[in-house]
Write a protein that binds this ligand. Structure first.
Ligand code: ASP
Length: 454
């Protein structure tokens, strides 16, 4: 049995949904279909999830929300009409949205999660109605009834262990199961969404729960590229990649598959295949537990901006027991997660995603580190990018770091940080954001082939 997840662009309009139906029809083992909310139909379009966020904010700010509500309902209406569906489905969708708005809980996080989740929930209802209308017997499945249980973390929930047992009963359903991505319910029955792009996570949870043979993740590209095709012209397409490699790449800039989505399938060794809804016969990229290492040590190079660095220095820091723990505890108390902590004898840098910081938080952190840890120099720096070179083949190859550093030096950019994890599957460089693209191109031509540059 296969679980197929269709992303936003795959279900953005009627034409795309027809392609989805054809893909599901073509293979009887495609019994579980996870759907996103309708995404962008063209470059400048808005995703339904973003329209829903606008709607929720308008309601919370007590603004008139009629137009924003219509913007959402009209997207479904347009799809339903073009699919020749009974318009009762649009009524169901509109009523559902109005009910969510009327139920407005006092807690804005709860409200936002509920409105956002309606995007996938209503799309799953619509798509299952369409499948049935064309003779593909399908049922919409409510994550609450079947027990997709999550923790109580707004906008970033994580599935609890009992979810897998609960959802395994879906395997007894004869029809095609159409399951909404992106959300679950706490033990108390409160709706919580995953991180943005989290329908990938739902697909993976479902694949693990029913012990699928394959998790197919349908998107709008033929495969995962070895570097961002918007920066590097025609980068190599990746045929096969390990979970570890994909995890490293999707952490920094490879948005094709959510980095949290690997865990459930990884634990059971279920392979994932990234495929293109617009070209389903292309083989796609397979994500597997192990692969043959070919002659190329590097599989992909990712780059992501939006990092900040906290620099702390204190003479004899290396001799002070507990310094690192106390420093990280201050960050923990500010609810900040960190990514890397490269250090010297008397200094340590903590690298984190900038969106977690505010000027007030920064002030508090610097003040506490100075007062409580008696550090001599404490300051934040912003606008950093992380460039990560990833490959299972890097483990045994000598001189790779030297080649990477030399390539970066050719661009004239300064390396602010180097970090190599002990698994030697990745090598990360912290650089100023303004240098990100030229470094990516230079590294790509070093490890792949000289390329024409965009
Ligand atoms: N619709 C949600 C988002 O735009 C989740 C998803 O598409 O995976 O983030």
């Amino acid at each position: 049995m296969k679980v197929c997840k269709f992303g936003g662009t795959s279900v953005a309009n009627a034409e795309q949904i027809k392609k989805v139906a054809a893909i599901v029809k073509a293979d009887p083992s495609r019994k579980f279909v996870v759907v996103s909310a309708p995404g962008k139909r063209f470059d400048t379009d808005k995703k339904v999830t973003d329209l829903l966020i606008e709607l929720a904010n308008a309601v919370l700010q007590k603004e008139n929300c009629t137009e924003k509500l219509n913007n959402v309902v009209d997207r479904y209406k347009e799809i339903a009409i073009a699919l020749d569906l009974e318009l009762t489905i649009c009524k169901v969708i509109e009523e559902d949205l109005r009910k969510r708005i009327a139920d407005q809980p006092s807690n804005s996080d709860l409200f936002m999660d509920s409105i956002k989740a309606s995007g996938e929930d209503n799309n799953a209802k619509l798509i299952s109605a369409y499948f049935t209308s064309i003779g593909l017997p399908a049922v919409y499945v409510d994550p609450k009834t079947f027990g997709l249980v999550v923790n109580d973390f707004p906008e970033r929930a994580i599935a609890l262990p009992e979810t897998y047992d609960n959802l395994s009963s879906l395997a007894n359903i004869n029809e095609i199961v159409v399951f909404p991505g992106f959300f679950g319910f706490t033990k108390e029955g409160i709706l919580r969404t995953f991180d943005r792009g989290g329908s990938d996570i739902t697909g993976s949870i479902l694949a693990a729960a029913i012990k699928a043979d394959l998790y197919e993740n349908f998107t709008d590209v033929d495969s995962v590229f070895s570097a961002n095709p918007k920066v590097v012209n025609c980068p190599v397409e990746i045929e096969e990649i390990t979970y570890r490699e994909m995890r490293e790449l999707s952490y920094a800039g490879f948005s094709v598959f959510h980095d949290e989505a690997l865990m459930p399938v990884y634990k059971l060794g279920i392979p994932v295949c990234i495929k293109n809804t617009n070209n389903p016969s292309a083989p796609g990229t397979r994500i597997v537990a192990e692969r043959k290492i070919n002659r190329r040590p590097v599989t992909g190079i990712s780059a992501d901006s939006g990092f900040s660095i906290l620099f702390v220095s204190k003479y004899l820091m290396n001799r002070e027991i507990g310094f690192g723990r106390k420093l990280l505890q201050i960050l923990e108390e500010e609810h900040i997660s960190y990514e890397h902590t490269p250090s010297g004898l008397d200094d340590i840098s903590v690298i984190m995603r900038s969106h977690q910081l505010t000027p007030e938080k920064e002030e508090r952190i610097m003040h506490r580190v100075k007062e409580e840890l008696h550090a001599e120099d404490v300051h934040f720096r912003h606008e950093f990018s992380m460039i990560v070179i990833v490959g299972e083949g890097m483990n045994n190859s000598t001189g790779l770091a030297a080649r990477a550093a030399t390539a970066i030096s050719r661009t004239g950019a300064n390396i602010e940080m180097i970090n190599q994890g002990s698994s030697e599957v990745s090598l990360a460089f912290g650089v100023h954001e303004s240098n990100e693209n030229k470094i990516l191109r230079e590294l790509y031509s070093e490890f792949f082939a000289p390329v024409a540059v965009r």
